[in-house]
Design a binder for this molecule. Structure first.
Ligand SMILES: Cc1ncc(COP(=O)(O)O)c(C=O)c1O
Length: 489
């Protein structure tokens, strides 16, 4: 559907030193803009009345300028629709003078080091490929109507509050609602003042890194893990130390051994559902990790990105709920429970650190979107988020089962996996001899993206694993993907 486009008023700069009559100066200014490529062939010029208003001249002056342009073939009238730059005017090569070069064509003149490996390492639309591996919610299920109503409600209730500058720590209403959720559902001793609202959990990770790390610091990470977090730690000069994983999650004895060699500043972990293997860190390992952090005085950055999606067994509370020593920096997100485009995350940390991080946040981004924050707070207060999470959990649990059954049927001898007790994806090992990269290449040629173990590996080496998402697809779609996976073998 074509959306109506509102046209901006045309800004023109007239040469004040030119003694020529005004109408000729207007015509010349327009010719100049055609020559430098700003006004393209076919572009519509404003009506004479509107341009006269913008330029503070009499309308007849603009009419005279337009007549001159038409007489010289620069413009053509198109029936009653207005005046357009003639299509016969050749497209002008862009001028190279700095004043007129479009910004994207300008060479960088300032001294500035762009690291050779700079690239946008996040997913975004527009690749034309359908990803089978992204652990994202099904946005078709997102509570759009409820969110729209909540947005309208809160903006009507208190526009002065929501549209003015507010507290960089986040709107108190959302911090209160999150504190309530964290205390009752997740066992954290958090009140509104212990919570910082961020633009997604990625911002929380960035702020923690900025506050905590100095060049040369060591940060321990999971040997298979979440690259966007590693990128942030590296940007602040940290040296990363990968730690092995097994069926119980992170190997804490390996971390202990690391502590003998260097004093890490922090360990970044995903204990609830290890990213990407979905393994839950066992209770003895959690206790050992908390104790080690207390003794060696390093921070545990706990990324609890998909807490709501646990399908079996008793709920596993975050490590932050058992932190008596103030070593855990707890990062959460609403990306999985609502939608990735709803940019809301949060950090819970000891207050002195939270105060520093809040000040850092204010220097990046004065504050978050308080209207959105209050709308989501409203949904939390009414129990809508909780109801949505419950529904999504039921649906994703069924999708997980549909995927495991389809894989058993179609790819039983090629893939081995443990049914994940939570999360939004499944981690599978491929049979010996199956070239997993070639498999992914063939799928890419069919427009499908399958992430293999290499993508998550700290060492970047090929691994015989694939990650398969079940949350964003319904049962039919899952069955279709599995058939396509089989076909591409
Ligand atoms: C391990 C991990 N942390 C955090 C996030 C969420 O990031 P954000 O809240 O910035 O969308 C994701 C999303 O994919 C993730 O996989």
């Amino acid at each position: 559907m074509r959306r109506p486009v509102h046209r901006w008023e045309l800004g023109l700069s007239l040469d004040e030193s030119d003694g020529a009559p005004l109408s000729r100066r207007i015509a010349r200014a327009i010719m100049d803009e055609v020559r430098r490529g700003r006004l393209m062939p076919g572009a519509r010029l404003p009506g004479s009345r509107s341009l006269a208003h913008v330029l503070h001249v009499h309308r007849n002056t603009v009419i005279a300028a337009y007549e001159q342009l038409a007489g010289e073939g620069w413009t053509e009238p198109l029936r009653a629709r207005g005046t357009f730059i003639a299509r016969s005017v050749p497209r002008m090569p862009r001028r190279t003078s700095r004043a007129t070069t479009p910004i994207h064509a300008k060479p960088l003149q300032v001294r500035f080091d762009v690291p050779a490996d700079t690239k946008l390492d996040v997913k975004h639309g527009g690749t034309g490929l359908r990803s089978l591996s992204d652990g994202v919610p099904d946005v078709r299920l997102a509570p759009v109507a409820a969110l729209t109503r909540a947005y309208r409600r809160v903006l009507r209730q208190d526009p002065q509050d929501l549209l003015a500058y507010g507290h960089p720590q986040g709107h108190p209403r959302l911090r209160t609602a999150l504190g309530e959720m964290l205390r009752s559902r997740r066992g954290l001793m958090a009140e509104a003042d212990d919570v910082l609202v961020t633009s997604g959990s990625q911002m929380a990770l960035e702020l923690v890194a900025r506050a905590l790390l100095r060049p040369g610091d060591t940060v321990a990470v999971e040997a298979l893990g979440y690259r966007p977090a590693w990128t942030v730690f590296r940007q602040y000069g940290a040296a990363l130390a990968p730690l092995p994983l097994d069926a119980c999650g992170l190997d804490v004895t390996a971390l202990e051994a690391l502590c003998e060699r260097s004093a890490p500043r922090a360990v970044y972990v995903t204990p609830h559902h290890q990213y990407p293997t979905t393994v839950t860190l066992t209770a003895p390992r959690r206790i050992a990790l908390l104790e080690l952090a207390r003794r060696k005085r390093f921070a545990i950055i706990e990324d609890d990105y998909d807490h709501e999606y646990h399908y079996e067994g008793r709920p596993v509370l975050p490590m932050a709920s058992a932190d008596g020593a103030g070593v855990v920096l707890y990062v959460g997100s609403l990306a999985k429970v609502l939608a990735p485009g709803v940019r809301l995350g949060y950090l819970v940390a000891p207050r002195p650190l939270l105060a520093l991080v809040t000040a850092l946040r204010a220097s990046i981004d004065r504050q978050g979107d308080h209207a959105l924050e209050c709308a989501v707070a409203d949904l939390l207060e009414r129990g809508e988020v909780q109801r949505h999470a419950q529904r999504a959990r039921r649906i994703y649990g069924a999708r997980r089962d549909a995927l495991t059954q389809a894989l058993g049927r179609e790819l039983g001898s090629e893939l081995a996996f443990v049914t994940p007790s939570g999360g939004m994806t499944l981690w599978a090992a491929v049979a010996d001899g199956l070239d997993v990269e070639a498999w992914a290449d063939r799928l890419r040629a069919d427009g499908l993206m399958l992430y293999t173990g290499r993508r998550y590996a700290y060492d970047g080496k090929v691994r015989g694993n694939v990650r398969l998402a079940f949350a964003p697809f319904d049962e039919q779609e899952l069955a279709q993907w599995v058939r396509l996976l089989r076909k591409a073998l």
